[in-house]
Write a protein that binds this ligand. Structure first.
Ligand SMILES: Cc1ncc(COP(=O)(O)O)c(C=O)c1O
Length: 342
């Protein structure tokens, strides 16, 4: 292909991606707002594939196109089974690019279906989850394609690209705290950078799941801290510190017991009318902790947090009592607290 045609494909592709980012709503969560402290939820389920991870893939595609790694006909590969694979399939479909997700062995039929519906393909990983990235990169090599590595590159791509979730939130309000989770680290880093760049007084808290490396890494200041344990809360918590995690941008890390994340997710769905995922449960648990602290200090204001994904995909897992019991994940001790925002 001539340089001209390559350039015009890239220009058209970037314009098409740019057009695909509706601002998501920031809604007051009435059931959580009390005593002069309002809780607002940025509802990322309104994104085209229903998940916050859509923003990551959008930034990764835009970055890969801008840097010349993805062009007309490039076969794009990701190595993950959840919301990242669905968003990747959607964007590849939009640009007319072949797409394959290397999915973990236990990926459910719902996700596989959604990948196919967007025109993507999937194949089961042959190596253990810790080697997923190498397997994806090797497949992309064999296909002469490009591996989108969201753990290695999502933060860099977001930092290089256009507006982030932070632009949308702070265009509407300046809360006392913003509470987010950490998977790749890209979301919290985008928020932290925005706060500094615009000299805002809002403080950034992140929540971390039980066996994750982020809380101990932040407390000890050891950037290479590793637990080697997979997270039981999809989308947040990692066995090791990923390159996107920027501890210096974070004011507070709140460790959240996994049972508390599940209890808060259930409270959100059953009582607050919020179709939340387990990671959103962790966000709400963290927000509740800060709301209490604000009330005790007599501080009025708001807390913004994120609903990253709907609960639908967790019907047979985190929303299923038998599944929880088999994994020793017990929300019961946290239920009363999860609903106590007074
Ligand atoms: C609900 C939820 N899931 C997942 C994440 C992880 O995002 P990232 O991969 O950018 O660290 C976040 C971050 O805010 C979140 O709020």
């Amino acid at each position: 292909m001539s340089a001209d045609r390559t350039g015009s494909w890239a220009g058209d592709a970037l314009a098409r991606i740019q057009a695909e980012l509706p601002a998501t709503p920031l809604r007051a969560l009435a059931a959580a707002s009390a005593g002069g402290v309002d809780v607002l939820v940025k509802d990322e389920t309104a994104l085209p594939t229903g998940s916050l991870k859509y923003r990551h893939l959008r930034a990764l595609f835009a970055h890969a196109i801008t840097t010349g790694h993805v062009g007309a006909g490039t076969h794009v590969v990701v190595a993950t089974g959840g919301a990242v694979a669905v968003a990747g399939a959607y964007l590849a479909g939009l640009l007319g690019l072949p797409f394959t997700a290397v999915v973990p062995a236990r990926t459910g039929p719902d996700v596989l279906d959604r990948i196919e519906r967007h025109g993507g393909r999937w194949r089961r990983a042959e190596l253990p989850p810790a080697a997923g990235q190498q397997e994806g990169a090797a497949l992309a090599d064999r296909l002469g394609g490009h591996f989108l590595d969201h753990f290695a590159d999502a933060d860099r791509a977001m930092a290089a690209g256009g507006p982030t979730l932070a632009d949308e939130v702070f265009a509407e309000t300046t809360p006392e705290w913003i509470v987010v989770g950490v998977g790749t680290g890209a979301t919290s880093a985008a928020v932290g950078r925005y706060l500094r760049r615009h000299r805002l007084p809002t403080r950034l808290a992140v929540v971390d799941s039980e066996s994750s490396a982020y809380f101990p890494a932040w407390v000890t200041g050891a950037p290479d801290y590793a637990t080697g344990m997979p997270s039981r809360i999809p989308g947040i918590g990692r066995p090791r510190v990923e390159p996107g995690f920027q501890p210096d941008l974070i004011d507070l890390v709140i460790p959240v017991p996994d049972g508390a994340s599940v209890a808060a997710m259930r409270w959100a769905r059953d009582t607050a009318g919020l179709d939340a995922c387990p990671a959103t449960g962790a966000n709400l648990w963290g927000a509740r902790h800060l709301a209490r602290r604000m009330r005790e200090n007599g501080t009025n204001g708001s807390i913004v947090t994120i609903n990253g994904d709907s609960g639908e995909a967790y019907r047979n897992t985190h929303l299923d009592a038998e599944w929880l019991r088999a994994r020793g994940l017990d929300p019961t001790p946290f239920e009363a607290e999860a609903g106590d925002w007074g």
